[in-house]
Design a protein around this ligand. Structure first.
Ligand code: SF4
Length: 99
């Protein structure tokens, strides 16, 4: 597979290609990849093997019966377009959270 050169290419490479992947799932994957790519482009890659889970910028926002993860260095809104995942690889803005 050709290596991606730009963050937009990264998004294309990350899209689910499985036959069972619906258009909505593909759109979700593309949107999630775009958020990660924005952070990597702005701050560079984070420490190897580290995820957002232990970053001080990952915050928990209560909403209804759920708690939503958001990255304080990205953008915070009530939309799922700013939802974050703890398992995503850390970016260069990573700061270890106090335990
Ligand atoms: S490592 Fe921290 S600053 Fe970077 S994307 Fe994850 S939560 Fe945000």
């Amino acid at each position: 597979m050709e290596q991606p050169k730009f963050w937009v290419d990264t998004i294309r490479h990350d899209v689910c290609k499985a036959a069972s992947c619906s258009q909505r799932q593909q759109a979700t994957r593309r949107s999630e990849a775009a958020r990660q790519a924005v952070m990597r482009r702005q701050f560079g890659p984070g420490p190897a093997g580290v995820t957002c889970k232990t970053c001080a910028h990952l915050i928990r926002v209560p909403g209804g019966r759920h708690v939503y993860l958001k990255c304080a260095r990205y953008r915070i809104s009530a939309s799922e377009a700013t939802d974050w995942r703890a398992k995503w690889p850390a970016c260069g803005a990573f700061e270890q959270a106090a335990s």
